[in-house]
Design a protein around this ligand. Structure first.
Ligand SMILES: Nc1ncnc2c1ncn2[C@@H]1O[C@H](COP(=O)(O)OP(=O)(O)O)[C@@H](O)[C@H]1O
Ligand SMILES: [Mg+2]
Length: 310
């Protein structure tokens, strides 16, 4: 179990993490979903003891990370955002190195190495030097290194960024297996699809603060059974919102080139939407309709998209 209480971290005058609380129980994946710079890595680094929190406390299986660091770390595995691998060594040699760092050795370590290689689908590549691996294979090995000692609590900091679909699937299913085996997992990501698939509970984090939290269903309920329509084109905001009120739509974002709003039963209302927008605000060049999801909630709460490319 991982318990984070009133955690804050200042870097100079930057408040990177602002008074956050959450708990990941055994057999539970807790997600921290937020854009770049939200404070996800800083939170992970405070939990793992790499960074000293400015305020608040972290307990891993009842052991405080600052006053009982050695015991707390024994049951902790960390997959950092940056790879921590020796490129010139083989996958197997990297695992031997990490295993001995955890105090494992002999036949027990060799068995664990073969087990974790199998978990991430790298058993046939174990003799190859890491520098020959693809980015996705390196991420899988990075993950394998972190779970060698069967940690009861596991911290994963954006483990799937830049990986190919096959590696991503290997990683996600390995994480699901650990959850089933009772591990407490904290998972940071800016991919809302991953958060929706994996997380039992999650917190949406922005500018160091938790702005919403709960189960995926709790969070979806905050946007309701509505669809998200995104219109791209050239618009002029006349400040006249009654046109949208007429459609029973909630406008989340209105800029010169983009309008986003939530609306029930979008596909049936699209003709009305387009004629009202074109009559009042300008030409529509592109339309997309999505089911309301965590991304819609993020836009609703912050007025911004979660991803740069969204
Ligand atoms: N070592 C550091 N020194 C100063 N500022 C930092 C440091 N690490 C992170 N920050 C700042 O803290 C904020 C949160 O960063 P980070 O935790 O890396 O976000 P995320 O992982 O969500 O992208 C950002 O404004 C970042 O610039
Ligand atoms: Mg980060």
């Amino acid at each position: 179990m991982i318990e984070v209480k009133q955690l804050s971290k200042m870097f100079g005058t930057t408040l990177a993490v602002d008074n956050i609380d959450f708990t990941a129980n055994s057999g539970e994946i807790f997600g921290l979903l937020g854009p770049n710079g939200a404070g996800k890595s800083t939170t992970i680094n405070c939990i793992s003891g790499l960074t000293n929190a400015t305020e608040g406390s972290v307990e891993i299986n009842g052991f405080n990370i600052s006053s009982d660091g050695v015991k707390a770390k024994q049951s902790l595995g960390l997959v950092p955002q940056e790879l921590a691998l020796y490129e010139d060594l083989s996958a197997h040699e990297n695992l031997l190195f990490w295993g001995s760092a955890y105090g494992l050795g002999g036949e027990e370590l060799e068995q664990r190495i073969q087990q974790v290689l199998q978990n991430v689908g790298l058993e046939n590549r174990q003799k190859e030097a890491v520098k020959q691996f693809s980015g996705g294979m390196k991420r899988r090995l990075n993950f394998a290194c972190a779970i060698l000692h069967k940690p009861a609590a596991l911290l994963l900091d954006e483990p799937t960024v830049g990986v190919d679909p096959q590696s991503r699937e290997h990683l996600l299913s390995a994480i699901e297996d650990l959850k089933k085996a009772g591990t407490s997992v904290i998972y940071t990501t800016h991919y809302m699809e991953e958060a929706e698939r994996l997380c039992d509970k999650l917190a949406i984090i922005d500018q160091g603060k938790i702005i919403a939290s709960g189960t995926v269903d709790d969070l979806r309920a905050q946007v309701g059974e509505r669809d998200l329509i995104t219109l791209k084109g050239h618009f002029k905001n006349t400040g006249e919102s009654s046109h949208f009120d007429e459609l029973n739509a909630e406008v989340l974002e209105f800029s010169d080139d983009e309008i986003r709003f939530l609306i029930a039963d979008a596909s049936n209302k699209l003709t009305d939407v387009l004629s009202i927008v074109e009559k009042n605000f300008g030409k529509v060049a592109h339309v997309s309709i999505q089911q309301a999801n965590l991304e819609s909630l993020f836009i609703k709460l912050t007025g911004r998209a979660l991803r740069d490319d969204a």
